[in-house]
Design a protein around this ligand. Structure first.
Ligand code: G16
Length: 541
């Protein structure tokens, strides 16, 4: 086997964001762009010689090409084995599980998550470490530094590997094993949930709709929901993964999964509706007649987790990202377990999970998961809900209403201003940051500011500090708004405004009306409309 060393020039825009490097496909198609990044990943790691690397993606456009490049670069760099999902497919949580189960050194996850796919849409590469989770900042910082200095990459001269045939072959001087992407993951789910109880619920006529949005969860949902749990054929919709997701955004929210929402609010709604995103780590939960926000879902899952066999022993703790509502905090308090507030990004949960400090984690951005893997997991959240519904024998709506009656309700919404001009967005943030010291004690729209800061996270496990993770303005009485710039977009800047208000007694208010004063206060304080030139957000969830 010949190894070629190819000279290259660095790109200056390969900084990994909230979740790996995400760019438009034509950017990735530039000469050596993917090669540079993959080599920079390997150059930032130590001790992988002879070890296994997992490679898989969400099947989006350009997935197959980059998988072949990654295999050849891994071979040239001395990996002993590559484990690839058949067809290049592995959902992000399944990739995390495979890394852990087969004790691989790490993995490359090729995905741009919920972003659209296609020749002019998004692609992404993320490196996950041996615990199965996204690389922590010290590794992503090293990768970025390397991308700016790289002068060559190594690649094996080898024929393309047939990734559509399950089995093991020798190629490029290493072992390449092509695996069924679903089997291991489905087995893991069977160890966590009461499949008999869920099967009995379906047998009793329970109706569910799962929208895979033509993305990676389709084959997982078909196998688990329909084949193993006996849900009627047709329960999983849009289950064939397509390279362009059928031309849609595979983003399970109220905008891109509006058809599901409308069905669930309609007169003949099924009992339960759910959807997952491009790479299978996000989830949308809609009961008959009720949308459950991701923040509420986290709290409700945590409060009821003991009903599932995998969590019978109780939770060690709960972790949520800072912009996620405090609904889970009240559950943690009632359970007498720790609650941890981390920056946005699943990578920040890794240490807490590894240290056994948290069992369940969640984010407002439709991500929920547990210590079974080190990624958020869309289908896991759906199965935990099904397990809870099967045991409690109540509707999702009844469960939500009882939850609020017990803990109170955190009205919550996120407003996204997408593709804002980057300079304008940065100006808004820096002006707001400069204002922070003068805000406490002032009154806006009848609300008194109690505290205002730029969130900094002190990791309780390794002591690392992550600064500037989102601006918080907290009002007396527990309401707040948070402003931060997204780290996952690929064009311009996306400004996110998160608003939250806690109510002890009123649970039937319209969310946007309940939050109207706070939304107006955020605009007064931050000048969102004047800076962005937008009169309203692009997406409200
Ligand atoms: C990624 C991260 C999440 C984060 C989300 C949104 O999710 O894994 O932790 O909450 O992005 O991040 P941002 O607000 O910076 O856009 P995914 O599903 O895109 O991989």
């Amino acid at each position: 086997m010949t190894i070629r060393t190819v000279e290259t020039t660095p790109y200056d825009d390969q900084k990994p964001g909230t979740s790996g490097l995400r760019k438009k496909v034509p950017v990735f198609q530039q000469k050596n762009y993917a090669e540079n990044f993959i080599q920079s990943v390997f150059d930032s790691l130590d001790g992988f010689s002879g070890k296994a690397l997992v490679i898989g993606g969400d099947g989006r456009y350009y997935n197959r090409e980059v998988i072949q490049k990654a295999i050849a670069i891994a071979a040239a760099n001395g990996f002993g084995k590559v484990i690839v999902g058949k067809g290049g497919i592995l959902s992000t949580p399944a990739a995390s599980h495979i890394i852990r189960k087969y004790m691989a050194f790490g993995g490359l996850v090729l995905s741009a998550s919920h972003n659209p796919g296609g020749p002019h849409e998004d692609f992404g590469i993320k490196y996950n470490i041996g615990n199965g989770g996204p690389a922590p900042e010290k590794i992503t910082d090293a990768i970025f530094a390397r991308t700016k200095a790289i002068t060559s990459y190594k690649i094996a001269d080898m024929a393309e590997v047939d990734i559509d045939r399950i089995g093991t072959v020798q190629a490029g001087g290493m072992t390449v094993e092509v695996i069924d992407p679903v089997e291991d993951y489905a087995e893991l789910m069977e160890t966590l949930f009461d499949f008999d109880a869920i099967r009995a619920m379906f047998a009793g006529g329970f109706r569910m709709r799962f929208d895979a949005m033509h993305a990676v969860t389709g084959p997982y949902a078909k196998e688990i929901l329909e084949n193993r749990l006996g849900a009627p054929k047709g329960t999983a919709r849009n289950f064939v993964p397509l390279p362009d997701f059928g031309g849609h955004h595979p983003d399970p929210n109220l905008v891109h999964a509006k058809h599901l929402y409308d069905e669930m609010m309609g007169p003949d709604a099924p009992d339960f509706g759910a959807a997952s995103d491009g790479d299978g780590d996000r989830n949308l939960i809609i009961g008959k007649g009720i949308f459950i926000t991701p923040s509420d879902s986290l709290a409700m899952l945590a409060a009821n987790a003991r009903l599932a066999p995998g969590y019978e022993a109780g939770l060690k703790g709960i972790a949520r990202s800072m912009p996620t509502s405090a609904a889970a905090d009240r559950v943690a308090e009632a359970l007498g377990v720790g609650i941890y507030e981390t920056p946005t990004g699943w990578k920040f949960f890794g240490n807490l999970l590894d240290a056994g400090m948290a069992t369940i984690c969640g984010e407002e951005s439709a991500g929920t998961g547990s210590d079974h893997v080190r990624e958020k997991d869309g289908l896991w959240a759906v199965l935990l809900w099904l397990n809870i519904l099967a045991v409690r024998k109540e509707s999702a709506k009844a469960i939500a209403e009882k939850h609020w009656a017990t803990y109170g309700r955190n009205y919550y919404s996120r407003h996204d201003y997408e593709e804002v001009e980057s300079d304008a967005a940065n100006r808004l943030v820096s002006e707001l940051r400069a204002k922070l010291p003068s805000l406490p004690g002032t009154k806006v729209r009848g609300l008194t500011v109690e505290a205002a800061d730029d969130f900094a996270y002190h990791d309780p496990v390794d002591g690392s500090v992550s600064k500037n993770q989102g601006i918080r303005v907290l009002f007396e009485g527990g309401s707040r708004f948070v402003i931060r710039l997204s780290g996952t977009g690929t064009s311009g800047a996306t400004l996110r405004l998160y608003v939250e208000r806690y109510e002890k007694d009123r649970f039937d208010l319209d969310t946007q009306q309940a939050l109207a004063d706070l939304i107006a206060a955020a605009d007064d304080v931050a000048g969102i409309r004047s800076h962005t030139g937008r009169q309203k957000p692009s997406v409200i969830t």
